[in-house]
Write a protein that binds this ligand. Structure first.
Ligand SMILES: C[S@@+](CC[C@H](N)C(=O)[O-])C[C@H]1O[C@@H](n2cnc3c(N)ncnc32)[C@H](O)[C@@H]1O
Length: 330
């Protein structure tokens, strides 16, 4: 297939003709979050297209984890473990990179994992088994819960454990109240600790698509990106550092999203639209509008089409001695 065959005139979609839209109510569309197993299939399909994933993982291990260790200001008592809290850890692939680096300085770690999907937790446990030698020194405490559920249970049981390092990577947009979630996580940090939040930036094509269509966005699926996190930290006078994703690691192939016969393309369409079985659920005119919008964003290379991906990591720091001026820090 070449770029001409795809007919990629860069233009924004025409408004949808009314008669083609009869009986279509976007509110009937189901969010991808309603089917965790299908969501995992979609993310796996996305990850297959991210050619730079192995280099990215190295970057997490060598650069990002180094930044965390550099900013972490903790003195452990003899025999005390470094306490970590992983929120929405997924299959643990990214956290494993962080953990294995942190272990080089803190050989004893207690890792509390809060992840609502049993499938993801099972995959995380498989990873730990496979990497047992490298992860020697880490003890785990599993919570099959959303962050909201974990917060509720902790409050009910008066569990006020503080953590030295909390990571919440690509998951806080599943909580209805981002500011509330950030405030809660920050409150669970030890002085000298770090809250690491990973999210897409507003330059990311996936965020642009979400902003344009806002499919299946209810109070459970609000639209958040890194800018919201920075605004929160600024507002509360919390010192933070941004680590941007490396420049050479940015795009992913969506060529088969334009092929009606492709099952894999259908999964990627679900991933991009945030809608369960998007291709099968929307009228042809909506599918066309969606694809036209994708065309307006893509770059074409070697007969394939790519969307731009961009995310950043924000390290919120809890100073041992809080700054007195400008108040807050919650
Ligand atoms: C995009 S994946 C990110 C996984 C992992 N953190 C990473 O960076 O690879 C999002 C994860 O958040 C989990 N999740 C969904 N809703 C959540 C919630 N309300 N609280 C915590 N985790 C949630 C999902 O089950 C999924 O494993």
């Amino acid at each position: 297939m070449n770029s001409h065959a795809l007919d990629f005139a860069i233009h924004y979609a025409e408004p949808i003709e009314k008669d083609k839209m009869e009986n279509f109510d976007a509110r009937q569309l189901q969010s991808l979050c309603n089917d965790v197993e299908h969501y995992i299939l979609c993310t796996q399909q996305y990850e297959k297209r991210v050619a730079w994933l192995p280099d990215y993982m190295k970057w997490v291990n060598r650069y990002l984890a180094h930044q965390v260790l550099d900013k972490l200001d903790v003195t452990l008592l003899e025999g005390e473990s470094l306490r970590l809290l992983g929120v929405g850890s997924g299959e643990g692939a990214v956290e494993y990179q962080l953990l294995s680096h942190i272990l080089t300085k803190h050989p004893s770690i207690h890792n509390t994992v809060v992840e609502p999907s049993q499938t993801q937790v099972d995959m995380y446990k498989d990873l730990i088994k496979a990497k047992a030698a490298e992860l020697d020194g880490v003890k785990y405490d599993w919570h099959l819960q959303t962050l909201g559920e974990y917060q509720h249970h902790s409050e009910m049981s008066w569990d006020k454990t503080k953590f030295h390092f909390i990571s919440a990577l690509y998951c806080l947009y599943y909580e209805p109240d981002l500011d509330g979630a950030l405030a809660y996580l920050y409150s669970r940090l030890e002085p000298g600790g770090i809250l690491l939040v990973g999210m897409e930036t507003e330059n990311c094509d996936m965020i642009k698509i979400e902003k344009q269509f806002q499919f299946a966005q209810d109070e459970v699926n609000p639209l958040f990106c890194t800018e919201h996190v920075c605004t929160f930290f600024k507002k509360h006078n919390i010192p933070y550092v941004i680590c941007n994703q490396p420049d050479d690691q940015r795009d992913f192939d969506i060529t088969d999203c334009f092929d009606d016969t492709s099952d894999e393309g259908s999964l990627v369409l679900d991933f991009l639209s945030n809608v369960l079985h998007f291709r099968q659920s929307v009228p042809p005119a909506v599918l066309k509008e969606f694809r036209d919008y994708l065309k307006s964003l893509v770059t074409v290379r070697d007969g394939k089409v790519f969307l731009f991906y961009d995310s950043a990591y924000i390290l919120g720091i809890k100073n041992k001695v809080p700054a007195v001026s400008n108040a807050s820090c919650l």
